[in-house]
Design a protein around this ligand. Structure first.
Ligand code: NAP
Length: 318
């Protein structure tokens, strides 16, 4: 599987692959609904203190997508009201939600509308697979002040939507379309730092159901049976990858980190990319890297600078 370079983030020390893997789909789906112009159009998340005084209602804060949506919304400066089972209220509160509602309550719509009285809604994010919830979200938006829009991870229902409310279906991959700065901003600029600072945490926790491709069906069955504030994870999926695939991957990884200019027919320069023995044109001509030499070099230099800065910070602290 090939993932675009602007759709990945480095995991800081202390976050395992099993934990980190819960994020990609949730973060991208949340971002697609929260930031695109025709959707909620919130300001992109940042580390500055902000108080926009607007509220986003996230229906299903304990789902995978909902957990990411809560965290991103708070990082964009809006307040979050959310629905979940009462057993997950603490979970959602820790992620940043300020008001919690149990969606099992028969009067949950009235409860939310009354909590929103006098406040401005920035929109509703519907983050669950179950039927009927989009209609509830739309009715709440219709009865509240602010932006009458519901963005949904599911399709748009044929009926049950008040005419004042716009419902838009989300596609997670839209943030990576040419011309969109949302994917690169979230994945390259925001997430690596946000994960290192703990501003975004990988949630929900992984529920590891097995290893290797043969466990995937078991994982799908578990997902279909339903999960609560948990993400089904199959570990070590590449343990079944062919030896050839693994060797190709290892070869590309090596080329991405080394000078690799051919010195003899069977010997390639093993120095790092910064190697001063070979010229830039020679290094640019090496075939098989995953990205142009200059891009890889810039990334390594940026990484080096970050490591140096962290060392300096530690020295100052101690
Ligand atoms: N459009 C896209 O690009 C895209 C991308 C990813 C996912 N999706 C879709 O998004 C949906 C959610 O996926 P997910 O992986 O985030 O789900 P998930 O984590 O499997 O959802 C489970 C959670 O949903 C909550 N829930 C169930 N029914 C609810 C209801 N009526 N109201 C509020 N919360 C409810 C449960 O909360 P409690 O345990 O607290 O009761 C549980 O924590 C799925 O239908 C998936 O197919 C779409």
């Amino acid at each position: 599987m090939v993932v675009p370079r602007h759709a990945v983030a480095e995991l800081p020390h202390g976050i395992s692959l099993q934990q980190g893997v819960v994020l990609p789909l949730g973060i991208s789906t949340a971002a697609a609904g929260l930031y695109q112009k025709d959707y909620l159009a919130l300001p992109l998340p940042s580390f500055e203190k902000k108080d926009h005084g607007r509220i986003v209602l996230i229906w299903g804060g304990s789902s995978s997508v909902g957990s990411c949506a809560i965290q991103l919304t708070v990082a964009s400066g809006a307040e979050v009201y959310t629905t979940a089972s009462s057993s997950n209220f603490d979970y959602c509160r820790k992620l940043g939600a300020s008001k919690l509602f149990d969606y099992h309550d028969s009067d949950v719509e009235d409860q939310i509308v009354s909590a929103l009285r006098g406040k401005t809604l920035a929109g509703v994010y519907h983050a669950v697979g179950s039927n009927g919830a989009v209609e509830s979200c739309a009715k709440i938006a219709d009865r509240s002040q602010g932006k009458a829009i519901v963005v949904t991870v599911r399709g748009v229902p044929d009926k049950g939507i008040p005419s004042s409310v716009r419902v838009k279906s989300i596609s997670s991959s839209d943030i990576f379309k040419a011309g969109s700065d949302i994917g690169p901003h979230i994945w390259r600029q925001f997430l690596p730092k946000a994960l290192a600072k703990g501003v975004i945490v990988p949630k929900p926790d992984p529920l590891v159901v097995g290893s290797g491709l043969r466990s995937v069906q078991h994982g799908l069955d578990k997902q279909k049976a339903g999960v609560s504030a948990a993400k089904i994870v199959v570990d070590n999926i590449d343990q079944d990858a062919s030896r050839g695939e693994r060797q190709t991957l290892e070869r590309v990884q090596w080329l991405d980190g080394h000078c690799a200019v051919k010195v003899t027919e069977t010997f390639e320069c093993p120095c790092p990319l910064f190697c001063s023995q070979h010229s830039f044109p020679e290094k640019r001509a090496v075939e098989g890297r995953s990205a142009p030499f200059d891009q890889l070099l810039n990334e390594r230099q940026a990484h080096r600078a970050l490591v140096e800065r962290r060392k300096d910070d530690k020295t100052i602290e101690s």
